[in-house]
Design a protein around this ligand. Structure first.
Ligand SMILES: [Zn+2]
Length: 120
């Protein structure tokens, strides 16, 4: 399998990994919660919006999602947190209005900037 440089979420944004795991457990999504410690950030969202700290944990798919695609809206204390799950893996985490994660993410993901696999 083709592999690219990735960042472990639990190292890059540890507070978020903890929160995510907690929220998934509350939704009785134990199988997804179990994935959180091993999630890898493969790229961050390139929309450039200040309030957006979304990132990809699977290489981006081109074309429509399959029937196993699921969108899970979690209920964080602050902001918005939506997961795209392409069965069985968490593929994309949309995190909005969480400035602390946005700043952290744009800092930590700089090292992915040179990854030619992801066009901007
Ligand atoms: Zn974005």
């Amino acid at each position: 399998m083709f592999r690219t440089r990735t960042l472990p979420l639990s190292k890059a944004i540890r507070a978020l990994a903890v929160e995510l795991q907690d929220l998934l457990a509350k939704e009785n999504r134990d199988n997804l919660a179990a994935q959180v410690p091993s999630l890898e950030i493969v790229d961050r969202c390139r929309c450039g919006d200040d309030f957006c700290a979304a990132f990809y944990t699977q290489p981006q798919t081109h074309g429509p999602y399959g029937p196993s695609h699921e969108c899970i809206e979690l209920e964080p204390i602050e902001g918005m947190l939506i997961l795209e799950v392409i069965d069985p893996a968490i593929a994309y985490a949309e995190i909005l209005y969480r400035n602390e994660f946005g700043l952290l993410c744009s800092a930590c993901c700089c090292s992915l900037e040179s990854n030619a696999k992801f066009p901007t």
